[in-house]
Design a protein around this ligand. Structure first.
Ligand code: CP3
Length: 342
């Protein structure tokens, strides 16, 4: 029997420098696709939608039918985990996530094992998608970074994270215990996703900005390293992409110490920084979603620049943050075509 072709994404994460980089976009499912909005109307609320394997698998597959992406990312949300740990989470239509009061830490600690159970529908979504997805396209599972999830749990919503940052220095013991809960529950959740069919795991640390170097190690790098070590202990060997968005110059220490095979770069990442990182890890990024939405000649020019500057090492073409909701489908097509040659 001939072995099936190894997905390009896995080859990049193994350190291979390919003729052309694999491409996928963060937040490629949902929001920007008209067929998503139609599907979404069939469910009462967003959380119920995420927990419905049939609907979530369909939302995962929608961008794969339209575009020649090299990877699918499971349709879910980083805030399903705090909900599974017992905190109230809901989405205000047109506004965004809202969370109830932070449960006391001992109560959260008691829910770690059960939280993975409560997320089993995400495993079912992955299993469904894996059956439908062509073998040369990779399937990505994900979770939020512990610090980012902690900021939502503390603040009760998105925002400037002022309260969470204050708490991290004023009551460090509470925040460290919260991070511990999230490290273990995230590792169990990601391990479950890998067993269900996720071949790559991404940690979305969307709020890694505005943190001093020592606290960055404490709140971002070390928790990621612990998740990755725990995955190995649980027998999971899927490569991990860590995305500390906004880390700036601290991303170098992160790439050295987190233990991730891939590191996501945000829109600010300098070309030379990316090349230095490529000596140690595969890099992913970093097209500006605003430019993707705008389209035109400047978009083409920037895509060329990114390909030129980073194609000499292991590289995964992606955005520097998620696809914006009002991005024209034609612009996504234009970039995917240029990168894949399809
Ligand atoms: O990549 C994908 O398309 C897969 C699905 C996915 C969603 N959320 C679906 C979603 C992924 C990977 C996420 C990650 C996520 N969720 C992050 C990290 C990445 C980032 O953008 O920084 C964060 C911070 C969240 C939390 C969250 N979920 C917010 C702030 C919001 C509201 C604003 C928004 O982004 O739309 C959500 C809701 C959400 N998550 C929607 C979708 C498709 C829109 C809700 C809807 O369709 O009703």
């Amino acid at each position: 029997m001939i072995a099936p072709p190894s997905p390009l994404l896995l080859r990049s994460l193994a350190g291979e420098c390919l003729k052309r980089p694999p491409i996928w976009f963060m937040r490629q499912a949902g929001r920007s696709l008209p067929e998503y909005h139609q599907l979404r109307r069939g469910a009462s609320d967003f959380i119920a939608f995420c927990h419905d394997p049939k609907m979530a698998a369909e939302a995962t597959m929608q961008p794969m039918r339209r575009f020649a992406f090299d990877a699918a990312i499971v349709f879910a949300d980083i805030l399903l985990l705090p909900r599974a740990l017992g905190q109230a989470v809901w989405f205000e239509p047109g506004e965004g996530p809202r969370l109830g009061p932070l449960p006391n830490i001992a109560a959260l600690e008691g829910q770690v094992a059960a939280s993975t159970q409560r997320l089993s529908s995400i495993g079912e979504t992955l299993a469904r998608v894996r059956v439908e997805l062509e073998p040369e396209r990779a399937l990505i599972g994900f979770a939020g970074g512990p610090w980012t999830v902690a900021t939502y749990m503390i603040e009760g919503r998105g925002g400037d994270r002022a309260r969470a940052r204050a708490m991290a220095v004023e009551t460090p013991d509470v925040v460290d215990r919260l991070i511990d809960v999230l490290v273990e529950s995230t590792a169990l959740y990601l391990a479950m996703q890998a067993r269900a069919g996720a071949q790559v795991l991404q940690i979305f640390e969307s709020w890694a900005e505005l943190i001093a170097e020592d606290d960055f190690f404490r709140l971002v790098t070390r928790p990621h390293a612990r998740i990755i070590a725990r995955l190995a202990e649980l027998g999971v060997d899927s490569p991990v992409i860590g995305f500390p968005r906004g880390a700036g110059a601290l991303v170098e220490g992160y790439a050295d110490q987190a233990g991730a095979q891939g590191v996501g770069l945000d829109v600010q990442a300098p070309a030379a920084l990316g090349r230095r990182l490529q000596e140690r890890v595969a890099i992913q990024g970093a097209l500006d979603p605003v430019l993707l939405r705008a389209g035109g000649g400047r978009l083409d020019a920037r895509v060329e620049t990114l390909l030129e500057q980073w194609s000499g090492g292991p590289y995964i073409f992606n955005l520097g943050h998620g696809v914006l909701p009002d991005t024209p489908v034609a612009h996504i097509e234009q970039v995917v075509r240029r990168v894949t040659g399809a």
